[in-house]
Design a protein around this ligand. Sequence first.
Ligand SMILES: C[S@@+](CC[C@H](N)C(=O)[O-])C[C@H]1O[C@@H](n2cnc3c(N)ncnc32)[C@H](O)[C@@H]1O
Length: 276
Amino acid sequence: MKKLPYFDYLLASLNSDNETLEKSFGRHVHWGYWESPQHATLSVEDFAEAAENLSKLLYNVTGISDGQAVLDVGCGFGGTIASLNENYTGMRLVGLNIDERQLERARQNIHPIGNNTIEFQHGDACALPFSDHSFDIVLAVECIFHFPSREQFFKEAYRVLKPGGYLALSDFTLNSLLPTGLRGQINNGFFGACDIGYSKDKYHELAQANNFSVCVDRDITQNTLPTYRYLRSLFVQKDQQKTRQSSPFSAIYSTLAIEVASRLRLLNYYVFSFNK
Ligand SMILES: C[S@@+](CC[C@H](N)C(=O)[O-])C[C@H]1O[C@@H](n2cnc3c(N)ncnc32)[C@H](O)[C@@H]1O
């Protein structure tokens, strides 16, 4: 897999002790979720709490409880695993990522408490290195658009889930009206290769083709919109400070393209959960 430019940038910035970036993206690398977006204060702490809330929303739609086995695919720096570790006991927590550098950081920072076990394992979402029926829950938080194939990932998630288990994920879903030029801006550049070609209806078809039933399909676009104002404030701060790692132009450009598409409702942000 080609490395993702935004992770190259984050890893370099986190290694140079960038406190704001550490608090914003040192744990979770995803958009924030605000229950009341109009009350977002957009402080660093507010964004960190909103990012934590997105992870909580995703695992809460699975009806999670103590003592379960959870696989977090595309686990980033392990923020969702850390959150589960802090909120549940007796869990088997496994984070999987294609990028060993992110796993190294997760292993250094996250240690089991509350009678939990934690493993961070290298692997591809489309060839999960686990036996059949080994997890109660599979999560994929804001990462499925990077996977080589959603179809293959769904097959693999179904295989490793126990009967009755849940798959939960979040994704930017496509309105077919999205202009082709704008798709190009999102598909490449700072965020690397992203396939944003899926609509809500395609997820329903994919679930059916894999014998999953759809439990939750929730449009949370409005709850994520403050993320863009927060990111803009980070870009401005960095440019004013003229730091060594100033925001790459492609970061500003790609984020603006996603924001415009989201505000025009050409792209929506959805949370799904599926039951095996
Ligand atoms: C936007 S980040 C989300 C990280 C994490 N889920 C979070 O919410 O903090 C996307 C993640 O997907 C991972 N990823 C991309 N392609 C992958 C693949 N084929 N298999 C496993 N992980 C992958 C990336 O390395 C990155 O950690």
